[in-house]
Design a protein around this ligand. Structure first.
Ligand SMILES: [Zn+2]
Ligand SMILES: [Zn+2]
Length: 275
């Protein structure tokens, strides 16, 4: 077997994964936790900021997960070269409508895969040995996106080989899914809620998860297991009973802090004129 193409692929892939991680987790971290920490504080879900030792752990475990993702990604490359996958590189092989459909399908299947594999991770015999690593972040930051035990990292990335052997996928569709899952995952671990009051109750939006939803999963553990959509949690009755209530509390606190700030700003010129 010729090793060079695989070694080259591994190196390229891990460099890409690390750069992507540091951009997608690092930029929101820089904005929300460093540069605009105080003006954006009103969006914070849990009022406390995590200690550096937690952030360090989140980064280290995410790096280890990326080494595993890259190993599986290189395995998928080997499978593709040996004709074991349905990956197609000629866009004309399937219609453009199919291309977009395949991305949506990937996302929907991954959402179901994540929900059920996540429930498995919470099994009392598995949780303390594997998934506990991810739950050491009670107040997560974007760096926690891939903070997994190696066995959990393997479980999570298995969706890729499953999909490429089952469904025809263009590399660009895989790439798009990769960006989408990272963006949404960073959103779930952001620690800040950007959606407005009523989001979890309105018929048009309640099917989509919020940052508060996954933040509550880290805080309360045995609830809110879903990834992108608030569908499996609703079907299985695993949303936290106070999900809507807590989401509204976060929005209300934001509103109060904004009003307080406005009042402070309005008082300043008056004080200045009376001096
Ligand atoms: Zn969990
Ligand atoms: Zn998480």
């Amino acid at each position: 077997m010729e090793y060079m193409p695989y070694l080259q692929r591994y190196v390229n892939h891990i460099v890409y994964d690390i750069i992507r991680y540091f951009l997608f987790a690092g930029i929101p971290f820089l904005i929300f936790y460093v540069l605009f920490k105080s003006p954006l504080f009103r969006f914070k879900i849990q009022p406390k900021f995590p200690e550096w030792k937690h952030i360090k752990r989140e980064v280290l475990f995410s790096m280890s997960s990326m080494a595993i993702f890259t190993t599986v990604g290189t395995g998928v490359f080997w499978m593709h070269r040996h004709g074991y996958t349905k990956i197609y590189s000629d866009m004309n092989e399937y219609s453009i409508a199919y291309f977009f459909f395949s991305i949506v399908l990937f996302i929907v299947v991954h959402d179901a895969y994540f929900y059920w594999s996540h429930r498995l991770m919470h099994h009392k015999k598995i949780y303390p040995h594997v998934h506990l690593i991810h739950h050491k972040s009670i107040n997560p930051t974007p760096w926690a996106v891939f903070s997994f035990h190696p066995l959990e990292a393997i479980t999570q990335v298995l969706i890729l080989p499953i999909m490429v052997v089952s469904v025809p996928l263009h590399p660009l569709a895989i790439f798009t899914w990769g960006i989408y899952q990272l963006l949404l995952n960073v959103g779930g671990h952001l620690g800040f809620e950007l959606f407005h009051s009523g989001f979890t109750k309105r018929i048009a939006t309640k099917w989509h998860n919020t940052s508060t939803h996954h933040n509550m999963h880290h805080k309360y553990v045995n609830c809110n297991y879903s990834l992108y959509f608030n569908v499996w949690d609703r079907i299985m009755g695993t949303n936290h009973v106070r999900y809507d209530e807590e989401f509204e509390t976060v929005c209300e606190r934001r509103q109060q802090l904004s009003l307080k700030k406005e009042n402070e700003n309005a008082e300043l010129p008056n004080e200045a004129t009376t001096v």
